[in-house]
Design a protein. Structure first.
Length: 455
C-alpha cells in the first residue's frame, strides 16, 4: 500500500466517523459512535548489543452504528507503524514504505440482523472475531479464527474471519452455528521469533545444509476443501456457564509432509526442499465458568481428531531411497486448561492457570504443561498499578524436569496520570533448557515501555 492510498484511507475513515453521525441522526435518529485508542510499544533487548526488538505505533479505530432496532454495524481497523527501516541501498531511499513502514489491518467489519426470519434468531455477516472458551486468553476451544502470532507475547490474539454466524435463543439456552467459507492460515512470528514454534531438522550423519526452501500447499478454493463449520450450545446451570462446541476445520499452523534432499556440487552438502500442508481435523470442546465462595473458576477442554498425515523423506538423489513415517497420527488428543482468580479485601488480585497443550502442539505425546500466574495491586486511588509477580513455567517432561523446563517472569509497573491514559514499564526475563519452547528464547530478555490512550 502506497503512502498516498494509506493517507486517503485514513482521511476517509475520519470523515466517515465524523459525518455519519449527522447523516444517521437525520435519517433514523440514531447516530454512529466511534472510539479506539493510540498505543505505542517499544522493546529493547537486554543482551547482545541491546538492539530494539519491537517498535509499534498503533491507532485503533472502532465504529458502531444502530440504524434501526433490528440492525447493528461494527468495524475495527488498525493503522500501524510497525517495524524498522529496511533500507539496503540508495534506491530504497525513495520508497517511504522501506523508510517508515506503515500498514492497514482490517480487523473486523460486520452487520448484525436481529430477529431474522424468527424473533429469537440473530445473524451476523462479515469479518468477525468469534471467540469461544472461558479461560484467560489461552483457549483450547477457540479454533474458528486463525491465530495471530505476530507478537508471541500477545496471548490469545486472533485474526477476524469472513463468516456467517447464526444465534438462536430458547430460554436460557443459546444455539450458535458458524460458517466460514475460506480457510485462512495463522500469522507466524517474524525473524528469530519463528524458531519458537518450529523444531530443528536433524540431518543424516555426514551431511551439511546449504539451502532450505519450502512450499505451502493451500486447500483448494471449494466448499469441501476450504470451508470451516462450527456449532455451540451454551446454558447456565446453578449459576455456572457451560457450553459444548464442535468445529470441523483445519490446523492453522503448517505441518511438513514431505522433505527432499538434493546433493550440491560440494561433497556432503545438500539442499533441502519441504512441502507443508494444513491438516483437516474435528474438534469437540467443553467449557465452564463460575464462582466458588468468591473465587472465580474456569475450566476448558478440547478433543482433537486429526487426519493422519504421512511424512515422506526423499533421499533417492543420495542413493538412500524414500522413507516414510507418521508426521501426525490420527489418534485423538486432548488440550485443557484449569484456572482461578481472586481479589482480596486489601485489593490484591491473583490469578493462575494450568494449561496442557500450547497453541502449536499436536499429538498426544507432544503436549507440554504450562503454569501461568500473576499478582497485582493498585495504589493511590488506582493511579498506580504494580505487578511484581507475573509469568509462566513450562515443563516438557515431569520425569526429567531438570533438563526440560523454562520460565518467564514479566514484572511491570503501570501509571495512570489522567483518565484513559496508561504508561507501562516492564521487563521480561526468560531462562530454561533448549528442549523447551520458551527455553529457546533465553537470550532474548527484554525491557519494554508502552503508552496507551483510549478515547
Amino acid at each position: 500500500m502506497t503512502h498516498r492510498v494509506f493517507l486517503l484511507t485514513v482521511i476517509g475513515l475520519l470523515l466517515l466517523n465524523f459525518s455519519c453521525p449527522l447523516l444517521a441522526q437525520e435519517s433514523t435518529g440514531s447516530g454512529v459512535t466511534w472510539n479506539g485508542y493510540l498505543q505505542t510499544d517499544n522493546r529493547l533487548q537486554l543482551k547482545s548489543d541491546n538492539d530494539f526488538s519491537l517498535q509499534e505505533y498503533r491507532l485503533d479505530l472502532k465504529t458502531e452504528a444502530n440504524p434501526t432496532e433490528k440492525a447493528h454495524f461494527y468495524s475495527e481497523v488498525w493503522l500501524r507503524s510497525l517495524g524498522f527501516p529496511t533500507v539496503q541501498n540508495s534506491a530504497d531511499l525513495v520508497d517511504k514504505n522501506k523508510i517508515s513502514p506503515l500498514s492497514l489491518d482490517f480487523r473486523e467489519a460486520y452487520v448484525d440482523l436481529y430477529g431474522f426470519l424468527f424473533n429469537n434468531l440473530d445473524i451476523r455477516i462479515g469479518r468477525q472475531r468469534i471467540a469461544w472458551g472461558t479461560a484467560d486468553k489461552l483457549n483450547p476451544t477457540d479454533n474458528l479464527n486463525p491465530d495471530d502470532l505476530e507478537d508471541i507475547w500477545d496471548f490469545g490474539r486472533h485474526l477476524g474471519s469472513n463468516a456467517l454466524k447464526a444465534s438462536y435463543y430458547l430460554g436460557n439456552c443459546a444455539f450458535e452455528v458458524v460458517y466460514i467459507p475460506m480457510f485462512t492460515p495463522a500469522v507466524l512470528p517474524q525473524g528469530d521469533w519463528a524458531s519458537v514454534l518450529s523444531s530443528s531438522m536433524e540431518l543424516p550423519a555426514g551431511l551439511t545444509l546449504r539451502n532450505l526452501t519450502d512450499t505451502i500447499i493451500m486447500p483448494k478454493n471449494n466448499f469441501e476443501e476450504n470451508s470451516i463449520i462450527g456449532g455451540k450450545i451454551s446454558n447456565n446451570f446453578f449459576g455456572y456457564d457451560f457450553s459444548l462446541s464442535y468445529v470441523y476445520g483445519r490446523d492453522d499452523l503448517p505441518l511438513t509432509r514431505k522433505v527432499t534432499f538434493t546433493p550440491t556440487s560440494t561433497p556432503g552438502e545438500v539442499d533441502i526442499t519441504s512441502e507443508l500442508i494444513y491438516p483437516r481435523m474435528h474438534i469437540a470442546g467443553i467449557d465452564m465458568a463460575g464462582d466458588i465462595a468468591g473465587v472465580g473458576v474456569w475450566a476448558e477442554a478440547a478433543v482433537f481428531f486429526p487426519e493422519e498425515v504421512k511424512m515422506v523423506t526423499d533421499l533417492s538423489a543420495l542413493g538412500m531411497g524414500i522413507q516414510e513415517s507418521i508426521a501426525l497420527d490420527d489418534k485423538p488428543y486432548v488440550k485443557y486448561v484449569l484456572g482461578a482468580d481472586y481479589t482480596f479485601k486489601n485489593g490484591i488480585y491473583i490469578n493462575g492457570q494450568y494449561l496442557h497443550g500450547f497453541v502449536h502442539e499436536r499429538g498426544k505425546d507432544n503436549l507440554e504443561d504450562y503454569f501461568m500466574f500473576g499478582l497485582e495491586k493498585k495504589f493511590f486511588n488506582d493511579k498506580l498499578k504494580i505487578i511484581p509477580i507475573v509469568g509462566g513455567i513450562e515443563i516438557k517432561d515431569f520425569k526429567d524436569i531438570e533438563n526440560n523446563y523454562a520460565f518467564i517472569l514479566s514484572p511491570e509497573i503501570a501509571y495512570f496520570p489522567v483518565d484513559n491514559a496508561e504508561l507501562t514499564l516492564g521487563i521480561r526475563l526468560i531462562d530454561g533448557k533448549d528442549t523447551t519452547i520458551f527455553g529457546r528464547l533465553k537470550d532474548k530478555d527484554e525491557l519494554y515501555f508502552k503508552v496507551k490512550y483510549s478515547f
